[in-house]
Design a protein around this ligand. Sequence first.
Ligand code: HEM
Length: 461
Amino acid sequence: MIQCPFKPKPYKNKASNLMTFLLKRRSWLDGLYEKSYSMQTGRVKMPGFDLFVVNNPQEVKKIMVNEVKEFPKSELLHRLLEPLLGQSIFTTNDEVWKKQRELLRPSFEMTRIYKVFELMSAAARDLVIRLERQIDKQADGIIEVDEEMTFVTADVIFRTIMSEKLDEQKGKIILDAFVTFQEQSVRTAMRQMFCFPKWLSNLLGEKKRLEAGEVIRKVLSDIIKPRYEEENKGLAEDRNDILASLLKVVDSDTNERFSFKEILDQVSMLFLAGHETTASSLTWTLYLLSLYEDEQEKAYKELKEILQDEKEPKIEHIKKLKWLNYCFKEALRLYPPVGFFARSARKDTQIRDKEVKKGSGVVVAPWLIHRHRKIWHKPDDFDPSRFEKLENKDAYMPFGMGERVCIGQGFAMQEAMIILSYILSKYKLELQENFIPDVVGRLTIRTANGMYIKFSKRKSE
Ligand code: HEM
């Protein structure tokens, strides 16, 4: 019998302030209650912060599109991510953001994304080698895929941005540091909202978080520094990666290039935004496919028909994968990697029946909207056929919307389809018996206890 895909059970009623603090320190999903999934707007009042949660799609459009200037990215989120991302496009606002977006745009145009197809495929081939090694080692064929998805997506970012393959040692340092940074960030955010003094925050883990941020920046800095120096001396090799375009780009207003710190900020951000989200989406897609055998078989058959005798997918194959694409999109609905978008109100305003004071936090949470009781039919069920004709387009936003929409959407879709095709064409997947993922909401929606899936080689392989 098919189990429903797992979701943390919401509380019957709203928790007290103290309970909210205790529950959300681990994962913000732990503090949700039943009404969170059916309300239009909600309010969470904390000692140092007034927060409004907006689920109503018309109001969401107002915040993200029609009145976007009145709802800039949250200062709290900016401060939270600053130790790792500095002044990067993900959290800046207004003119600074506009300029950064303009400078990054050429790197993410579709023609450029097609150019990185081969680099993504090379990372997927290396993933298969690692999977084979593990299958040979484990008698039962069970693999923890979350770690594998995190490694392969970080590897894709290394190859496409810096023309470097991620080696296992460097991978371990950077990815372990990132787990610490994520875990501690939720705690730091809660402490800030509850007005903890800085010394107490440092004692409770803030120092550990800052150190983890520095570890990641040091690994990236060691790669970027020599290339920055070569570029300044006019000795740079002719490379075709995203770093090369960042090194060359000139600000049309000031005629200046990015400084070293500015480049490090943008690369750190691309590393975070580019691997963490895609890793989360792939882990959840594999989870759902291994839980729903029929959907997996349908995706496998389609893939085999399209590939014919080819062993590896090419760009023209990937574009034809309709069912796998629907499965991926449905996974993004049930487990949107970016589970919430944090904004703040620039002036006093009204959101439905709520008076929102200037400076209040405003949150749009795809995690809630994608599972909203009054918007979706069987909201918690995995049903890829929804995407044959999506009726609730304005309530589906895994990549955000409006001018702050994800710049890497095309990149991520191509990468995910390549990696899933490599895996599905070679292996049949089954979830480990009785395994239940512990879904946690940190910076992204991840599993706290890994994802254990049995890999069986397909007969034709
Ligand atoms: C499945 C994978 C991905 C998902 C679900 C995703 C989701 C998102 C979302 C929801 C936002 C907007 C957040 C907000 O409005 O607060 C965003 C922004 C962004 N994403 Fe992605 N993303 C993914 C992959 C990528 C990749 C692969 C890259 C780059 C290599 C990337 C780069 C960015 C950047 C630079 C921004 C900031 C854009 C701006 O503010 O102008 N993302 N992403």
